[in-house]
Design a protein around this ligand. Structure first.
Ligand code: HEC
Length: 181
């Protein structure tokens, strides 16, 4: 009995010592973003790897922000549409939700605003938002996924109701979930 009491006291003391040491660490553990909707993140992930959102049908977000290699392409500057060599390095997308602005020069205020850029950038995906939305609307499975992610009701999202803002939000959800821990 006495032994058990001593063991418990030592356990409590070492837990609180660990907690106080952790709180004084200069670098804190990054907590995952809470409350993200799984269906929205899943759809965002699918779009992240979707090359049909580019003019050549070969480039996706993952081409330059490979989530298997730290969210970057490991090149000095990125290669985009028709092998165009961009003028700037692609930053990692891991933890980018925690940036107070997006892009090296901070020209986008958040991930949703940033997500409007790559599809229409002529040296990245070189497509247009209209064509990208049109492509997604033409695929019944995407209509169903958008419907499930936006309204949580059955069946497919009516074609007329798929908008660029839905697409931007899904990219933002996917990027928010990319936390390195
Ligand atoms: C051809 C390469 C390429 C593709 C494709 C691409 N990006 Fe990027 N991305 C870049 C480059 C280069 C930058 C930096 C641009 C700048 O700062 O001016 C960037 C910046 C970003 C940032 C800002 C990160 C930060 O720390 O500021 C995010 C987020 C991002 N991209 C997400 C996306 C998403 C989502 C897609 C797909 C819809 C995408 N990217 C497609 C090359 C690419």
């Amino acid at each position: 009995m006495k032994k058990m009491l001593i063991v418990s006291l030592v356990a409590v003391a070492s837990c609180s010592a660990y907690a106080s040491r952790e709180s004084s660490e200069p670098i804190k553990v990054i907590e995952p973003v809470m409350g993200l909707d799984a269906a929205k993140v899943e759809l965002g992930k699918t779009l992240w790897f979707e090359p049909r959102l580019s003019a050549s049908n070969t480039i996706s977000c993952n081409s330059c922000h490979n989530v298997a290699t730290g969210g970057v392409d490991n090149l000095p500057t990125s290669i985009g549409h028709k092998w165009a060599v961009g003028g700037i390095n692609s930053p990692t997308v891991l933890n980018s939700d925690l940036n107070f602005v997006q892009f090296w020069n901070g020209r986008a205020k958040d991930l949703q605003e940033q997500a409007a850029g790559p599809i229409e950038n002529p040296i990245e995906m070189a497509f247009s938002h209209e064509l990208a939305i049109g492509t997604l609307k033409s695929i019944p499975q995407y209509r169903q996924w958008f419907k499930e992610a936006t309204e949580k009701k059955s069946s497919q999202l009516p074609k007329s109701r798929m908008r660029l803002r839905h697409l931007r939000k899904r990219f933002a959800h996917q990027t928010q979930s990319l936390i390195s821990g």
